[in-house]
Ligand binder design. Sequence first.
Ligand code: PSV
Ligand code: MN
Length: 431
Amino acid sequence: MPYQIAADFIAAANHRHSRDLQRDYEALGERLARQDIAIDRLTARAQTFAVAIPSWGVGTGGTRFARFPGPGEPRNVYEKLEDCHTVQQLCRATPTVSLHFPWDRPGDVQALREQASAYGLGFDAVNSNTFQDQPGQARSYKFGSLTHGDAEVRAQAIAHNLDCIELGRKLGAKALSVWIGDGANFPGQHNLRAALERYLRSTSEIYAAVPEDWLMYIEHKLFEPAFYATVLNDWGTSLACATQLGPKAKCLVDLGHHAPNTNIEMIVARLVQFGKLGGFHFNDSKYGDDDLDSASIHPFQLFLVFNELVDAAQREGDGFKPAYMLDQSHNVTDPIESLMSSAIEVQRAYIQACSVNRKVLADYQDGNDALMAAKTLKKAFTTDVQPILDMARQRNGGAVDPIGCYRASAYRKQKAEERPPLKTVSGSGIV
Ligand code: PSV
Ligand code: MN
């Protein structure tokens, strides 16, 4: 029986924090009450907040230079689920897992579904992978996949996406995420327009197979691995393609897939306005697609993204439900700790954005009071909502201090014993 952190271990750890937490919570409650905000209302929102874990995030990603695996890394999708369960057990904000095929292709689909439900986990969007060649694959993706000049390569990439839909269906997923690395490294290598035409033809075939109650997320990326011209390179191209594909197609915004200093919250507002915001891959970056933990570099940007999302939820009503997923790669941290940290940071940005006084903000905007409008946002951003997050976790049965509790447990040590490294390591994203 694989080791799990026991519920009474978490309860005992929580007990040690409960008095301080209660005091901090009451003090914050008083401060918020002065602004007419009921703290329990925010806590209830934090309790229902959810962001999906990327299955590839529980392993060490590495960079293009090296990968330094850590002890006890999961060696297959079943072990990845164990780690996802641990993240959810402690954080209570990550009830679903986003799988990546073929990395996560299960030997027994039903067994995987049952294991997930025994852990109380569900499946979020399934991701296709036509950016790598797999052993035994008939055609190579070296020069592209869905946009390749050769129809047989395109057909193979389309078939893989259809297979992902089928696997996702059996697992109870409701969306397919398509990111392709296709593009050119040299001017002249591609006919830029023809490449996008092929993209649209291939994705239309995939779109036709997307079940009616599913969504298809198309994920753009400015560059890498194509360093001159990526086929689906920006949100404008993504919006045009999703519109052409149809209502089941929406745009996925990965926070690391933009030029430096891009105003990402504005992209969010635009996609919401045109009904095409599908969801997010949350991560953070300093230079490019660094895949760092959420809010490790730009916490204010994350807050501003959620400011748009909270505003959109108010205007659009219940039907507004973008998919939230993490997408990060760990080189120097324990992946479980980084995933917990990111889930909490995304949740923090959401709660800070919920505490913006939107009536006051709108009045300042109407009165052209730029300084006070900015200060209204800053006030919400600088309010320390940590006691709300900790209380939400405790009320949901998680850990008040997830990383402390995880470190005090024997989890990593036990996994190192249970999971001796295999010669062939399971695939993890490094792109
Ligand atoms: C590409 O950089 C990406 O963001 C896509 O979402 C991939 O599916 C993921 O990273 C994993 O490599
Ligand atoms: Mn991504």
